[in-house]
Design a protein around this ligand. Structure first.
Ligand SMILES: NC(=O)c1ccc[n+]([C@@H]2O[C@H](COP(=O)([O-])OP(=O)(O)OC[C@H]3O[C@@H](n4cnc5c(N)ncnc54)[C@H](OP(=O)(O)O)[C@@H]3O)[C@@H](O)[C@H]2O)c1
Length: 251
């Protein structure tokens, strides 16, 4: 994809950037000239491999381990980025887990873990970067929610609640930070081909595709392009928006 802007000089943090949608987002930002911080919690090897790949292509990146559900680790990680680079321009809150199950079978611990990572993790990371972005009087925060946050889904009560929670967080933060030149938006992907959806059987995939006007599952790159757009000058008058990227599955 060739675009008429460059993000060189910009520092971008992508949580859960080592694999799946996060890794496509990292690659897209790096191709646009940004320095990319690839956060991971478990996928050290994949994250280091992605960093090497980006550097091999002439880009700039580093891997950084912290668990988004640990507020002290988040603070320390983000303070380190600002100390090393002097700025932080874009935060993509991408890290997430899906622990599926009907309500009756959902354990309290699964509920808590889902909320801790998918919702509280976004709060911790956004709070930590907002200090620097307010000081800079510029920045973009992009939250990766889900179409399931909009429509709900049987068997995904915890996941859906965590992703709907991001709508309120996104809109409230957009109102708080707008006057400081910081935009806050959310993206709601449909079904994207990653480890998260790899367990879907053929029958489930077929019946899902009947509801997708574009007739295919999404690819991580389909999300990455929209995230890049939201961080670019082309989206400078957009904030507090929930942007659906789902092949038309929800409209
Ligand atoms: N795939 C879809 O169809 C789909 C649809 C809608 C929304 N989404 C959302 O898109 C985002 C990425 O999903 P994906 O499909 O790429 O899933 P994935 O392939 O399962 O990847 C999940 C990512 O989240 C990271 N992560 C999980 N827990 C973490 C933690 N505590 N701290 C830091 N990172 C953590 C993982 O990093 P480690 O391996 O290092 O832990 C990994 O990079 C998620 O928020 C997901 O809910 C996905």
């Amino acid at each position: 994809m060739s675009l008429e802007f460059s993000l060189s000089e910009q520092v971008v943090l992508v949580t859960g950037g080592g694999r799946g949608i996060g890794s496509a987002i990292c690659a897209q930002f790096a191709a646009s000239g940004a320095h990319v911080v690839v956060n991971y919690s478990r996928s050290a090897a994949a994250s280091e491999a992605l960093v090497s790949e980006i550097i091999g292509r002439g880009g700039s990146a580093e891997a950084l381990c912290f668990d988004v559900s640990d507020p002290d680790a988040v603070d320390e990680g983000i303070k380190g980025i600002v100390a090393r680079h002097g700025r932080l321009d874009v935060l993509v809150n991408n890290a997430g887990v899906a622990i599926d199950g009907l309500l009756a079978r959902t354990k309290v611990d699964d509920w808590k873990r889902t909320i801790d990572i998918n919702l509280s993790g976004v709060f911790y990371c956004s709070k930590a970067v907002s200090r620097q972005m307010m000081k800079q009087r510029s920045g973009a925060i992009i939250n990766i929610s889900s179409v399931i946050g909009e429509t709900g889904n049987a068997g995904q009560v915890a996941y859906s609640a965590s992703k709907s929670g991001l709508f309120g967080l996104t809109k409230s933060l957009a109102r708080e930070l707008g006057s400081r030149g910081v935009t806050v938006n959310a993206v709601t992907p449909g079904y994207i081909t990653t480890d998260m959806t790899s367990g879907m059987g053929e029958d489930a995939t077929r019946s899902l595709l009947e509801k997708v006007p574009l007739g295919r599952l999404g690819q991580p790159e389909d999300i990455a392009g929209v995230v890049l757009f939201l961080a670019s000058p082309y989206a400078r008058y957009m904030t507090g928006q929930i942007v659906g990227v789902n092949g038309g599955m929800a409209m």
